[in-house]
Design a protein around this ligand. Sequence first.
Ligand code: NAD
Length: 295
Amino acid sequence: MKAGIIGLGNMGGRMAKRLLEQGVEVGVFDVNKEFVRSFVELGAEEAGSPAELAKKFPYIITVLPNVFIVKETLAGANGLMEGMTPHSLLIEMTTSIPSVTKELNEMMKTKSFRMIDAPVSGGVKKAEDGSLSIMVGGEADDFEEAKPLLALLGQNIFHVGESGAGHTIKALNNMISATTLAATGEAMALGVKLGLDPNKMLDVINSSTGRSFSSDFKFPNQVLTRNFEVGFTLDLMVKDLKIAMSMAEEEKVPMFISSASFQLWKHAWSQGGGSEDHTAIVKYIEEMFGVEIKG
Ligand code: NAD
């Protein structure tokens, strides 16, 4: 199997490495040439532009910071559309804006080019071991064609609907994830202020109804150990929340809980500059409560 990857950051880099380990012929493009060089050393083929990558690889995976960069990569000078054919398939794995994804898909269709949106959940650890959740929007035939390649990257792979549907559920998932992390952070900080032991609190919460991925994984592995190493930045989480909030605005529906959570995320983002890991939101909650949630 042959696949080209554009975007070799925290997620795309691990996904490229995983594909190489699984025996896939991998082509790479990134504006960061150091990242590219490290993958060439691992056996990947460097492409000078997205167009060149698309000429050589039938499957192209994009894992980029946002939709504006995806659009440029697709339709800009030396972009993918200059190298694709109707036999190529673009697998767009960025967390992105569904309405823009639909527009890009329509633009692709005018040339008989094909794309699916296939954002992921699970973070860098699951990208490393190929156990991501992958949520796909697009034509059923294209989903079936991409499935063997996606199965090397993810364990739970869903076809959720037409073009843009993958990006829709991804934004909604992250809205829930952001809100549970913020709510768990407030509860844990208050518990510590009231004299409770954070380890014991997590034991109780994780065997009770307050349990979530945040309490089960992020708190024991990142917060209690004070290991706020970057895997998924505050910048990216705030981007995802903006997408979810704008989807609600377009539908003219209120989002009471998510709006409150969004304000807290924006506070952390404005204080820290965005490049910290998203779990650093807990540090801003701790600051307000005057405590530290340490294991
Ligand atoms: P990142 O910032 O670590 O990586 C982005 C990569 O894209 C970088 O290597 C950068 O050099 C490259 N890039 C930027 N502009 C480019 C261009 N014009 N052409 C080619 N390459 C370019 O981001 P990440 O954490 O890997 O996230 C990538 C996407 O995956 C985002 O949309 C994010 O929301 C989503 N995501 C991330 C995680 C996570 O845990 N990090 C989890 C799920 C989804």
